[in-house]
Design a protein around this ligand. Structure first.
Ligand SMILES: Cc1cc2nc3c(=O)[nH]c(=O)nc-3n(C[C@H](O)[C@H](O)[C@H](O)COP(=O)(O)O)c2cc1C
Length: 211
């Protein structure tokens, strides 16, 4: 089993990367490999709302930056997804937001019933808000979220400081253990317990508020 973990910080080896590595270490102890995929610091076009991905081959986005295609393929083929980001003005950094808008608009149906979780890093305030914003993507993609003892936030400013946040690291480890547990339960149930959409598939209803 494989987990795709996105680093939404432009710092490849900063606090978000360290938090993701901490999670990956815990997952490895449970026999699950993690690919950390760098998102932050790269240029991603924002969603153009063109609808191309609705009808295109493999529902691929009209904009095809190499980093975008690589990351989306990694997420589609993974059993679990982790969205990691630092708080920038109490929210998701711009390049990560552009990536997520396009990745989830084009690929949410590929993520359904994967195990998905988030981690947000902050110096002081906005981590919970950032974690909630990241969760919005996973919730609408119908992923399954592992629990932990606290919101998935850890604290640090200078590179490496997050490794001193004992409670934050424990929160991350507990989440990783629950993620591994859910991944194994889902894997063990394959072929025995049908996923909800297989058992009673319903057409998606769209009702806009104006009609
Ligand atoms: C543009 C920018 C905006 C930031 N906004 C916030 C913020 O709103 N709240 C906060 O606590 N920290 C904020 N920070 C600090 C980072 O979230 C913090 O340093 C974090 O550890 C960086 O993670 P990284 O090492 O993975 O890049 C901001 C940093 C930058 C560069």
């Amino acid at each position: 089993m494989k987990v795709a973990a996105l680093n939404g910080s432009p710092n490849r080896d900063g606090n978000t990367a360290l938090a993701l590595s901490h999670m990956a270490d815990s997952l490895r102890e449970d026999g699950i490999e993690t690919e950390i995929i760098q998102i932050g610091g790269q240029v991603f076009h924002g969603c153009a709302a063109c609808g191309h991905c609705r009808t295109s081959e493999e529902h691929m986005c009209a904009f095809k930056e190499d980093a975008f295609v690589h990351a989306v393929r990694g997420m589609r083929t993974a059993d679990g997804i982790i969205l990691g980001a630092p708080a920038y003005y109490a929210g998701i950094p711009g390049d990560m937001k552009s990536f997520l808008d396009r990745a989830f608009f084009s690929s949410s149906s590929y993520f359904r019933y994967k195990v998905g979780t988030v981690v947000a890093i902050a110096r002081r305030a906005g981590a919970v808000n950032t974690a909630s914003q990241l969760m919005n993507f996973l919730n609408l993609a119908e992923t399954i979220t592992p629990p932990s003892q606290y919101w998935m936030a850890a604290y640090g400013m200078e590179k490496g400081e997050v490794m001193s946040d004992e409670e934050g690291l424990q929160t991350i480890r507990k989440n990783a253990q629950a993620m591994a547990w859910l991944l194994k339960i889902i894997d063990a149930g394959k072929g025995m317990i049908p996923a909800p959409n297989e058992a009673r598939r319903e057409r998606r209803v769209f009702t806009n508020f104006i009609r």
